[in-house]
Design a protein around this ligand. Structure first.
Ligand SMILES: [Zn+2]
Length: 579
């Protein structure tokens, strides 16, 4: 083959090939991502240009080093690595086509820690066939590397790889320290390597010790009431008719509000546009962004307080995004004080069929538990409405109220016609996963001494401003979530609910102390300065409500934003297409 003979006859064939391929890779990048480069050049100051030139050179050398390492590998292993690289290029470009950026360390962390069906759903929601057109030039450049003939013995290979590997490690550490992650990156492969190392560097900095203890407190008797804390998934507050949405997505919730069984707090501001970040704040009561003091890992959890007050503590996690990874390190670890942990597997083992939507199955399980006994504190991570929405309700005419809907595996199409389907599908999902969940739970629970606090981890864009993504960006509409209390007819602390001031505005940060109040936790036992409980809020507390997006500990890329008081016009409002 001509190319192969050229490569073989060159002096230092590996280094020369790596250099040539890296140059090609860096040259095709501005052609393919022309708009990004143009925007970048327009945004630069002189200092910015200097910094960028430095980073540019560093990353170019990284591409050379990476390609050189690949050429050192023996034939079959090299083929495997090149195939994996091709896969990474396609994933990275899919990401870029959808979110205008390559994966960050946080994205990669999520890809590695969430359950399998979330991973598949994420890939499908991002995937567009167009990506192969973009990937092709990169793949051609990569394929050049296969032509370098294998040569060195094992020891020589090891010696030669030492320096480039060390360079990749050290240069990425320098990027970790000095260059924000989401800033421009030249190459999808080195960007991926950077994110992977970013994850590793972050995890070395994180807190891995025990949580703080609560002060000693005389043992409490098992309480007569039960508290259920439902953290739903991807439910946008303003798509509930309870919050004024023009379609009847939550008729049951409205009916119990009329009967005085539901206290609605309107549109709540979620702690984050990422599931794991919101959950970390919700279970620890931390209230500063980002969590650079690792308080979400050090604070006692809501389970610690519940246990101290005599409740039997249960966590039902059928979403497996946040607590799931914490539970893997259970024991005295991140989630102690938990009597029972129930997930998909538990239900399968007990032959409890959660049905297709799972959430309705959980509503039944909750009723069964309460009807048997009192004194539970149960936290539920619901399945909710994680994209694809079409998978979240049965494919029958009774559940398909608003039409036309999306196909089960369709990617988000932000055009008007695409958006109409997207919103219809989502609204059908709300009607079942939210309204029907409550209808089942409320009507099947005979033990009426309970209260349920309900919110969602974050909302959804619903492509409102043309977004092809659902969440995980700092857009204001993503932190629009519901927040309300539902109580049983015989709830023993009803007086507390009657004292809620009118006109208050809430955020996720108010939920922790609200739960402590519901558990009657004395002030002397509260070890952190939590945000005010909903029962203590007044209209005077209506100030900016903060949230964050990105790296929880502020080690990688993150942003802290706020919803002003009063919110900008249009925030907290959602409308079906054409209304
Ligand atoms: Zn989520």
């Amino acid at each position: 083959m001509h190319l192969q003979s050229v490569i073989t006859q060159a002096p230092c064939p590996r280094a020369m090939t790596a250099l040539m391929a890296a140059t090609l890779a860096v040259l095709i990048d501005p052609i393919l991502r022309f708009r990004d480069y143009r925007a970048l050049l327009n945004s630069f100051s002189f200092a910015g240009i200097m910094k960028f030139s430095g980073t540019f050179t560093l990353v170019f050398l990284q591409v050379v080093a990476l390609f050189y390492l690949i050429t050192l590998l023996p034939g079959p292993l090299r083929a495997v690595v090149l195939l994996f690289s091709a896969f990474v290029v396609v994933i990275q470009l899919s990401y870029w086509l959808t979110l205008s950026q390559f994966m960050t360390g946080t994205d990669l962390f999520l890809a590695l820690t969430v359950s399998g069906d979330h991973r598949v759903a994420a890939i499908l929601s991002f995937f567009k066939p167009l990506v192969f057109l973009y990937a092709l030039p990169y793949l051609l450049v990569l394929s050049v590397l296969i032509f370098v003939p294998p040569g060195y013995a094992f020891r020589e290979t090891l010696l030669l790889s030492l320096l480039p590997a060390l360079f990749l490690l050290v240069s990425n550490y320098a990027l970790f320290l000095h260059v924000p992650e989401r800033s421009f990156h030249l190459n999808p492969l080195t960007s991926f390597l950077r994110s992977a190392l970013q994850c590793k560097f972050e995890s070395l900095r994180e807190y891995h010790g025990l949580r703080d203890d609560l002060p000693p407190f005389p043992a409490s008797h098992r309480p007569h009431d039960s508290i259920i804390y439902v953290i739903d998934e991807s439910v946008r507050g303003s798509n509930l008719s309870l919050n004024g949405y023009p379609r009847a997505t939550t008729p049951f919730l409205q009916s119990i509000e009329t009967r005085g069984r539901l206290k609605n707090f309107g549109i709540c501001v979620a702690a984050s546009s990422f599931s794991h970040v919101s959950n970390a704040y919700l279970i620890s009561g931390h209230n500063a962004f980002p969590d650079d003091a690792f308080r979400t890992d050090k604070n006692p959890t809501i389970f610690d307080y519940a246990k101290k007050m005599g409740y039997e503590t249960i966590c039902i996690d059928i979403n497996e995004t946040c607590l799931y990874s914490l539970m893997k390190a259970a024991g005295d670890g991140p989630v102690r004080a938990l009597d029972r942990w129930m997930n998909d597997k538990t239900f399968k083992e007990r032959l409890i069929d959660l049905e297709t939507t799972k959430d309705l199955g959980v509503a039944r399980v909750l009723s069964t538990l309460l009807n048997e006994k009192s004194g539970y504190f149960i936290l539920v991570n619901k399945k909710g409405l994680h994209f694809h929405y079409r998978d979240r309700y049965p494919d029958d005419p009774a559940s398909t109220i608003w039409k036309p809907v999306m196909k089960a595996t369709q990617a988000i199409d932000p055009s008007a016609a695409g958006r109409e389907k997207l919103v219809n599908t989502y609204d059908n999902g709300i009607r079942l996963q939210v309204d029907e969940f409550f209808r089942l739970f409320v009507s099947e629970t005979t033990n009426q001494n309970y209260v349920m606090l309900y919110t969602s981890d974050h909302g959804q864009t619903l492509a409102e401003h043309g977004q092809a993504y659902t969440h995980m960006k700092p857009d204001q509409e993503i932190v629009d979530v519901p927040d309300f209390l539902v109580s049983g007819e015989g709830y023993s602390k009803k007086g507390l609910l009657d004292g809620i001031a009118p006109g208050i505005r809430v955020s996720h940060l108010n939920n922790f102390a609200t739960l402590l109040d519901l558990m009657s936790v004395p002030v002397s036992l509260r070890v952190r300065p939590y945000d005010k409980s909903i029962f203590a809020l007044t209209e005077e507390d209506n100030k900016e409500r903060y949230y964050m997006s990105g790296s929880l500990y502020g080690l990688g890329d993150y942003v802290v934003k706020s919803i002003p008081a009063p919110p900008e016009a249009g925030w907290g409002v959602s409308r079906p297409v054409g209304q």
